[in-house]
Design a protein around this ligand. Structure first.
Ligand code: SF4
Length: 324
């Protein structure tokens, strides 16, 4: 089934039937981004980031069958879920209309989105606002939204009545507009994203930082300092950080994109991390630099560990390491 609107962000749009918008028991709890729940009105993003983990994660998901039927690629398509607001409303209410999660002591954080950008264009930002309103009216939950767009201030102002229950963050793995453009197709300039974060901070909205995914650096402390200043981390409730992880073709795609855009040193340094020890050294150097600048109670450094590396990372949890 293809949507009556043929394209979105220059990609064909497919709509699929879905049983759920809300996932109450998501793995994002391990990352500290939610207290368990996440929601998503889409299954394939309007943006295209080379390092994105979603194509690998969704490769066997029934929502992607529509792509095979239409000979379309996951990265080159947008998948939206039919009747997302109605389905979310049903999930949050009993059949007689009473809300299921009405306890005022239940203030858990729900995160969006684990699969797509919540503000990749105005239409999707409006959909996000509608879904947030349904959650905010039916529960006492808090909502954390992450985006690579500049539309979060628009969303924040539309949901201003609920400002105490909304937390906003923009994803910024690099402060460099050129590098970001090389590896993230269609996203807003990173400098503009940072401006939008500042707008929300200046207007008193709750914010968080997301220095993710960060590339190998010649000077990790200088990189951390630059990012912390850019995000004004003293105004962020928490700061998540992560290096690039290998998922499917993500690393190869990112290295190739950096090469093609002329960032040869950057590409070579990243390619070198295909050696496990080099990757581990890069992750540790990134983490240790962030620990110098981001307070332990604020830093949430996401790290996939192995049997060999687990012990070292376990000793860093008091500084903000989260082992995955
Ligand atoms: S914005 Fe997020 S979900 Fe969308 S392509 Fe980029 S990494 Fe993937």
């Amino acid at each position: 089934m293809q949507n009556e609107r043929k394209t979105m962000n220059k990609k064909p749009v497919f709509t699929v039937p879905a049983k759920s918008i809300l996932n109450l028991d998501s793995k994002f709890k391990e990352k500290g981004l939610s207290d368990g729940p996440t929601f998503s009105a889409g299954s394939a993003c309007a943006y295209s980031c080379c390092y994105c983990y979603v194509p690998a994660m969704m490769s066997r998901n029934p929502h992607t069958r529509v792509l095979a039927d239409n000979k379309a690629s996951f990265e080159g398509s947008v998948i939206r879920r039919v009747n997302a607001p109605e389905i979310l409303h049903q999930q949050l209410h009993y059949a007689d209309g009473r809300p299921r999660y009405a306890d005022p002591r239940d203030t858990r954080v729900v995160y969006a989105s684990p699969l797509v950008d919540v503000g990749a264009n105005l239409e999707l930002a409006r959909e996000t606002i509608e879904l947030c309103r349904i959650i905010l009216r039916s529960t006492h939950w808090q909502i954390r939204l992450l985006s690579k767009s500049t539309l979060l201030p628009f969303i924040a102002r539309e949901l201003n009545d609920y400002r105490n229950r909304m937390i906003y963050g923009v994803s910024t793995g690099t402060p460099d507009d050129g590098i970001a453009a090389a590896i993230e197709a269609g996203t807003s300039k990173v400098s503009k994203r940072i401006e939008s974060l500042h707008q929300m901070q200046d207007e008193g909205y709750r914010t968080f930082g997301m220095i993710c995914p960060s590339l190998p650096q010649p000077d990790y402390v200088a990189f951390s300092k630059k990012m912390c200043q850019a995000l004004r981390i003293e105004r962020c409730e928490h700061v998540w950080c992560e290096v690039i992880n290998v998922r499917g073709q993500s690393m190869t795609r990112t290295v190739t994109a950096l090469q093609q855009a002329g960032y040869h040193d950057c590409a070579c340094q990243l390619a070198a991390t295909s050696n496990r020890q080099v990757w581990e050294d890069y992750a540790r150097a990134t983490f240790l630099a962030h620990t110098q600048l981001i307070p332990a109670g604020k830093l949430r450094f996401l790290q996939y560990v192995t049997a060999e590396s687990r012990q070292w990372w376990s000793q860093q949890t008091n500084k903000g390491a989260i082992l995955l």
